[in-house]
Design a protein around this ligand. Structure first.
Ligand code: F3S
Length: 278
């Protein structure tokens, strides 16, 4: 059986960087606590947990002498300041693509302009971004929510890093139609999710079965499953190599493998090794 990996799979740049930063702190024997789970992958969290990494839910839970890690989604400046006050060290693992959105929002607020961020207002990334322009930023999911916006003049429109391009551009057009002055539109969508989907789609037509490695609750992994199923009926979302059922591979000659943006390489290697052994 031939095992083929998609061209893009697994950890995105921001998640890999965050995990590397945690590993670096561990190598210096720091007591590492992350504000919220570092990534949405049970097995990687267990691996880091075994090395002493634990999760806190509120900045107040950090102890003196501990290292606080801000995960890739970022936080509000207030939360960052609270952590800095309490922890002995703060490791800021905010993904640089998220930092860019925060800076754009902050600069527009300084210029006294409204900032419309297209995204999920409950998502931690959006809560963090809004904190950079609390009086000026509004987070809306899509064009259907523009009715709730105040009167806009020369607004800036940016996006949550992981939303669909169509949602962003449709919403930006709707905002242009109601805003006075000039609407500045800056696409801040990160291509990691789309690149993984495009690569999976390109491979799905060439294989007899497809394994997507990722958490059951990981939305980008579930989306990869949908993309693969469109062309390859035998597509399975698995968390680890133990979820592979050899009966599913009867008559299969070529199998494809991809993984969500929170799936670590060691887990992917295990799945590939098991498939090659079958
Ligand atoms: Fe950053 Fe994009 Fe990943 S914004 S955390 S590289 S999905």
């Amino acid at each position: 059986m031939r095992v083929l990996l998609a061209d893009e799979y697994g950890f995105c740049f921001g998640v890999e960087r965050a995990v590397d930063m945690v590993e670096e702190s561990l190598s210096k024997n720091e007591t590492v606590r992350t504000l919220g789970p570092l990534i949405h992958n049970e097995q990687e969290m267990e691996r880091l947990g075994a090395k002493g990494v634990s999760t806190i839910n509120e900045p107040v839970q950090i102890g003196r002498g501990e290292t606080a890690v801000i995960r890739a989604h970022g936080v509000t400046p207030q939360v960052q300041a609270e952590l800095q006050e309490k922890a002995s060290k703060v490791v800021d693992a905010t993904c640089p693509f998220v930092t860019r959105v925060q800076r754009l929002a902050s600069r527009a607020a300084e210029e006294n302009r409204h900032v419309i961020v297209v995204g999920n207002p409950d998502h931690p990334e959006m809560i963090g971004v809004k904190g950079y322009a609390p009086e000026h930023a509004f987070v809306i999911r899509d064009e259907t929510e523009i009715g709730g916006l105040p009167k806009l003049r020369n607004p800036l429109v940016v996006s949550q890093t992981t939303i669909k391009a169509k949602t962003f551009f449709d919403t930006a057009e709707a905002i242009k139609s109601i805003a006075e002055g000039e609407t500045q539109v800056i696409n801040t969508i990160c291509s990691a999710t789309r690149d993984r989907q495009d690569a999976a789609r390109a491979l799905a037509g060439e294989v007899d079965a497809f394994y997507i490695i990722g958490g059951n609750h990981s939305s980008n992994s579930r989306k990869l499953l949908t993309v693969c199923k469109e062309q390859c009926e035998k597509s399975f979302l698995i968390q680890t190599d133990e979820d592979i059922d050899p009966a599913d591979l009867d008559g299969v000659e070529t199998v494809g493998v991809t993984a969500g943006a929170s799936t670590p390489k060691w887990l992917i290697d295990r799945v590939v090794a098991k498939l090659e052994n079958l």
